[in-house]
Design a protein around this ligand. Structure first.
Ligand code: PLP
Length: 454
């Protein structure tokens, strides 16, 4: 029996990334408030938010300083924009702070309102850049199978997940995908992580040569794949990939939408994984998810090209009403102040060994094939047979069932395609709360195993 709010939801709302048919029968979990790492439903039941919402609320819920920063900016200047000669101080200050933090050469920062818009901007700028350099054929962009980069027509094309392509007439021409760096699933028997990385780099090189290097503009990668299964790349992966990209003058775009702002125990995921991108995209934790904001770093060669082109055409024809929204920028400034003052990123690094040790113990569970992670992010791969690594039939919905059992245990985690479960708690989680989270997740796995056997 659905609650009143759940019934009204089913009658009125379309939900993103939801089985709309199942939703009609099951309704949603309606949340009402949050505090620290917990959220509460309309019946007052608490849950550990083991996914930081959608990989974003790094500072947990209802942080009064973030609320105050938003309210103060709302009262002072609730809206302004950055179009044609206008600016405001929160955007200027935030761009300055981000320039200091960026692990990549950054001449300027361009703001968007989401991760999708940030990556969409990356695609357009890769094209714009090569037009400016007189290389109109150098336009193709390579993503990876299981990579996730957003939902716009271009960023869903960058994405390498079937649900983003089938029936959407995507990917668009000019968007290519190379192999997923998932050692557990795709390495040959006995193949070391380094050998697997070298093989994937060779495959990438073969793809670029097949396509013609003069037609390939950029390669995009998340440091750790999030939606694709919380997949940590094998040792040596990014150095091997980068050597190939450098040979063919292909720019590297780091999608730091999940990994940025401390998730791996470093400010940006690139720093933890030996990645040296030309540019990066950020969103989510830049405001701890409290207000929508995203953006990209722009290096000097790209900026110079943008200036030239905009002089020729009379304008730089890109940007949205909310690019650099003052309330979002004010909240981001406060979030970054807190990350620095409270050593939140260093704290994540200090708590990571405990988090990863508890995660690793789950690999011993009967239905878990692999438990993998880095920093404060983790993924479980549920298997039907641990030795052969065989999976359950996708229609069996085993990981989805595990997530439902976790909810019954007062824990929110996320089901990902391919029977994977992701964990990504707020960075402020305490060691005791980490134990609580994994105790609940263990019970959810036990209940899933019992359900399978019943
Ligand atoms: N890139 C990555 C790595 C993401 O995980 C996401 C969203 O989860 C996006 C891009 C898209 O961001 P948004 O949902 O804010 O458009």
């Amino acid at each position: 029996m659905l609650s009143n709010l759940a019934t009204r939801d089913v009658e009125t709302l379309i939900h993103p990334y939801t089985n709309l048919d199942a939703h009609r029968a099951n309704g949603p979990l309606v949340l009402e408030r949050g505090a620290g790492v917990h959220v509460y439903d309309t019946e007052g039941r608490p849950y550990i938010e083991g996914m930081s919402g959608l990989w974003c609320t790094a500072l947990g819920f209802s942080n009064p300083e973030l609320v105050e920063a938003a309210a103060a900016q709302m009262s002072r200047l609730p809206f302004s924009h950055l179009f044609s000669g206008r600016s405001h101080d929160p955007a200027i200050e935030l761009a300055e702070v981000l320039k200091e933090l960026m692990p990549v050469p950054t001449s300027k920062v361009f703001f968007t309102s989401s991760g999708s818009e940030a990556n969409d901007t990356q695609v357009k700028l890769a094209w714009y850049y090569n037009n400016a350099l007189g290389r109109p054929r150098k336009k193709k962009i390579i993503g990876r199978q299981r990579g996730y980069h957003g939902v716009t027509v271009a960023t869903a094309s960058l994405t390498g997940l079937p649900a983003n392509h089938a029936d959407w007439d995507l990917p668009l021409p000019g968007f290519l995908h190379t192999a997923c760096p998932h050692h557990y699933r795709f390495a040959e028997p006995g193949e070391s992580e380094e050998a697997f990385s070298a093989r994937l780099a060779d495959e990438l090189e073969a793809l670029i040569l097949r396509e013609d290097p003069d037609t390939v503009a950029a390669f995009i990668a998340e440091p750790v794949m999030g939606a694709g299964g919380a997949i940590v790349p094998p040792r040596g992966y990014f150095p091997a990939i980068q050597a190939v990209l450098a040979r063919y003058d292909v720019r590297l775009i780091a999608d730091e939408v999940i990994c940025g702002f401390g998730r791996l125990g470093t400010w940006f995921g690139s720093e933890a994984l030996g990645m040296s991108p030309h540019t990066l995209s950020f969103a989510k934790a830049v405001t701890s998810g409290y207000v929508p904001l995203g953006g990209i770093s722009v290096d000097e060669p790209l900026y110079a090209a943008m200036v030239d082109q905009s002089a020729k055409l009379g304008t730089f024809g890109h940007g949205t009403t909310y690019s650099g929204h003052p309330v979002a920028c004010a909240v981001a400034l406060k979030a970054i102040e807190i990350y620095r003052r409270d050593r939140v990123v260093e704290g994540a690094a200090e708590k990571a060994p405990h988090f990863q040790a508890r995660l690793a113990r789950l690999a011993e569970h009967d239905i878990v094939g692999e438990a993998r992670g880095i920093g404060l992010i983790g993924g479980l791969e549920i298997v039907a047979d641990k030795r052969s690594r065989a999976q359950y039939h996708p229609k069996a919905g085993v990981a989805a069932r595990c997530v439902a059992f976790a909810q019954g245990e007062g824990l929110i985690v996320r089901f990902l395609a391919g029977d994977r479960v992701a964990v990504c708690p707020p960075l402020i989680i305490t060691p005791d709360e980490i134990d609580d989270l994994f105790d609940r997740l263990t019970r959810a796995l036990d209940r899933t195993r019992d359900w399978i056997r019943a």
